[in-house]
Design a protein around this ligand. Structure first.
Ligand code: CP3
Length: 322
């Protein structure tokens, strides 16, 4: 959940010299950033330093990260002609730098820490491509989905094929697990998820299942979507803090593992409260068949790195095997 990022002084020092895209596109620098939280906090897994939006550029939709605004897509895609023009790329063409970074990171980790690769899911990618950046209500995205379903499904098919190939390529390059980020899919009703999203996500995840590599299927605000997300696939389902972990497990059953779900803002709370909340999550997760402790969503830039280290140590202490 952005375990490498602006809350770390080591990261800010590199960002003073390079843009975010420069860091992503240079395998040596991406390797360096990926290792920062592993070295500083002893987390159990490294997460590839990249961004979910990287495939947009080779597909034909260049963008930049504007200061203070987040991502800005230069020419938002809003009609059939623009969707027709998007290229269904091979990851080696245009995203080779990510695959090179994975190989380099695996060499540096030397078998001691596993590496998690990742990609954005079709809805979340489409929301940036159509809105042109971040959005509060996804109005343009939903307008295309409801009013031009053929174009919508074509866009979803293009994204699902690119993401399927890209995650397969990450696994071949050496990723030990992959996470599919459907960060904003919680803005949809279960009915719309089932009709407009599920078949496309299912195509990605049923293919990845063949690899035997664990896949984490992540979203936020998904209390009502979890059973459908489970149907779409994944070895592990990400749960955010809005759903108590025991309720998520009761809803999902024990044939799928779960990940989560500390509110990232609790990292700003006094240690006593933070400790109680971590313990509460660990207690609620006891019934899971498989469980990964994590934040429920991305860490905020204002976070104190010592609080992150505190939580990593606390979880290790509470879960160490006799
Ligand atoms: O250790 C890690 O997890 C870092 C790797 C990583 C980044 N982005 C680098 C990054 C990961 C896993 C992502 C995923 C990502 N990117 C998501 C899904 C995760 C989520 O939060 O739901 C999304 C929606 C994006 C798109 C994106 N990238 C946005 C909206 C922004 C701007 C947000 C902001 O806080 O300004 C980014 C920028 C970004 N990507 C940063 C990092 C470390 C921070 C910006 C910077 O360094 O300038």
């Amino acid at each position: 959940m952005r375990q490498a990022g602006r809350y770390m002084p080591e990261y800010r020092a590199l960002r003073a010299k390079y843009t975010l895209l420069e860091l992503c596109k240079n395998p040596e620098l991406a390797t360096q950033v990926t290792l920062q939280p592993v070295n500083a906090h002893r987390v159990d897994a490294a997460i590839l330093f990249a961004d979910i939006l990287l495939p947009l550029e080779p597909m034909g939709a260049p963008f930049e990260f504007a200061k203070g605004e987040g991502p800005v897509i230069h020419h938002p895609v809003r009609d059939r002609a623009a969707v027709d023009a998007l290229r269904v790329i091979e990851p080696e063409d245009g995203l080779g730098y990510v695959l090179d970074a994975i190989k380099m990171i695996r060499r540096e980790l030397d078998g001691k820490t596993p590496l998690i690769g990742f990609a954005g899911a079709p809805f979340t990618l489409a929301s940036y491509l159509i809105e042109g950046g971040k959005s509060s209500n996804y109005a343009l995205t939903k307008r295309m989905m409801y009013n031009d379903p053929d174009t919508w499904h074509l866009l979803m098919s293009k994204f699902s094929e690119v993401v399927r190939r890209y995650l397969r390529a990450q696994i071949i390059a050496g990723a030990n697990a992959v996470q599919l980020f459907d960060s904003w899919v919680g803005s949809l009703s279960p009915t719309d998820y089932e009709e407009f999203i599920l078949p496309h996500v299912q195509r990605i995840l049923s293919d990845l299942e063949q690899t035997g590599v664990p896949v984490i299927h992540f979203g936020t605000d998904t209390a009502t979507l979890l059973p459908l997300q489970k149907r779409a696939g994944g070895t592990v389902l990400g749960v955010d803090w809005r759903t108590p972990m025991d309720q998520a497990i009761a809803l999902l059953g024990t044939d799928v593992a779960v990940q989560g779900n500390l509110d990232p803002l609790l990292l700003s709370a006094p240690r006593e409260l933070l400790t109680r909340r971590v313990d509460d999550i660990l207690r609620r997760a006891k019934g899971a068949s498989g469980y990964i402790f994590n934040l429920g969503h991305g860490i905020l830039p204002e976070t104190d790195p010592d609080a992150v280290k505190f939580v990593v140590d606390l979880v290790h202490e509470r879960t160490k095997r006799a």
